[in-house]
Design a protein around this ligand. Structure first.
Ligand code: KG4
Ligand code: ZN
Length: 334
């Protein structure tokens, strides 16, 4: 079966998402984003599990309703996130997928969520083929990865402390401007002057492809202590200065990794890939370094089931399926 129909299910964090893919064609895609966590300025694990539990069967129904003429019986395999993520949240999607696999007598494909972020660009550019260099920047991960093939990659560098998205979220909390921090800082930075407040660029040593963002967050914290209160313009300037620092570092590390690997395809993946300054600056590397930059549309950058199903398509083609015994693994690595 060259063009399998794959059902994808994602529930690792605060998005309940289900997608139906025919090959890399997205037939239907539903993302239910849990808003309840906004009140708490971060994802509350127990609330996330409960929200997944009440949403999952409706989200699955909605995905089938969106794919005309298709029923669960038409599915060739069920791809589902089994880690990394929150234990309770993962269990909801995984157990639902196992139930479906048993009821439909179809194979289960357990997918590593982080690995799936690497394949998200295939949804938009199905002709794209490894080797490629991937910058994966999300709330939980900051990695530069040499992708030689499906399930064949090397981590060239990663964060030693906070993830890039996590630093956006923490700085937004410091500035009291909302959650999740990335989109807020992205928007606010447009009104700010990135040179009004200059924060450090943690490049680490000359050859390093690793990252460190916690010092930058501390620099912002210290700056916020220099005055009693800040005007909206000053807050926008701090946001812009912080964003400029993160993006400078990410751009420089991508530049180094391109020189090191010689890869011509550069992939931008994960939630922070939505950042407009980052996209613009990496786009600039195309002419400077003769590479091609690929980034998926926003809905495939942040957590979504289409990328889980895309991983399912690739695995299915290779005949890789999982048994029903596969456990949820909160700290799963790629
Ligand atoms: O990939 P993702 O949806 O979830 C994880 O697996 O972590 O990424 C979420 C992260 C959050 O930290 C969020 O603040 C960040 O991506 N993010 C952004 C932007 N949109 C989302 N960071 C910077 N700029 C954005 N526009
Ligand atoms: Zn993610």
């Amino acid at each position: 079966n060259k063009n399998p129909l794959i059902l994808g299910i994602e529930s690792s964090c605060d998005e309940t998402s289900v997608a139906l893919l025919r090959g890399f064609d997205v037939l239907s895609h539903v993302i239910y984003s849990q808003l309840i966590h906004q009140e708490y300025g971060g994802v509350v694990p127990e609330l996330a599990s409960r929200e997944h539990e009440t949403a999952i069967s409706r989200v699955v129904d909605k995905a089938f309703a969106g794919a005309e003429g298709l029923t669960p019986a038409d599915v060739d395999a069920i791809a589902v996130t089994y880690g990394p993520g929150l234990m309770g949240a993962l269990l909801v999607g995984l157990n639902f997928a196992k139930g479906l696999a048993i009821a439909l007598d179809k194979p289960l494909i357990a997918v590593n969520h982080v690995e799936a972020h690497l394949y998200a660009p295939f949804l938009e550019f199905p002709e794209l083929k490894p080797p490629m260099l991937s910058l994966l920047v999300s709330g939980g991960h900051t990695m530069l990865i040499d992708v030689r093939g499906i399930r064949d990659f090397t981590i060239l560098g990663q964060t030693l402390d906070d993830a890039a998205g996590e630093s956006f979220d923490k700085v937004a909390r410091l500035l009291n401007i909302g959650y999740p921090g990335g989109p807020v800082i992205d928007r606010l930075s447009e009104k700010g002057d990135p040179e009004a407040v200059v924060f450090p660029r943690p490049y680490l040593d000359k050859d390093s492809l690793d990252f460190s963002f916690s010092g930058l967050k501390t620099a912002v914290l210290n700056y916020t202590k220099t005055k009693e209160s800040f005007t909206d313009q000053e807050i926008a300037d701090i946001a812009a200065g912080f964003q400029a620092s993160v993006v400078d570092v990410l751009e420089e590390k991508v530049r180094r990794a391109v020189l090191k690997t010689g890869h011509k395809h550069v992939i931008l993946a994960g939630g922070v890939a939505a950042n407009r300054l980052l996209r613009k600056r990496l786009k600039g590397l195309e002419t400077k370094m003769g590479v091609h930059l690929y980034y998926p549309p926003l809905k495939y950058c942040t957590d979504n089931a289409a990328m889980i199903a895309a991983a399912g398509v690739l695995y299915y083609e290779k005949g890789w399926t999982s048994g029903l015994h596969v456990p949820a693994v909160p700290n799963l690595r790629i």
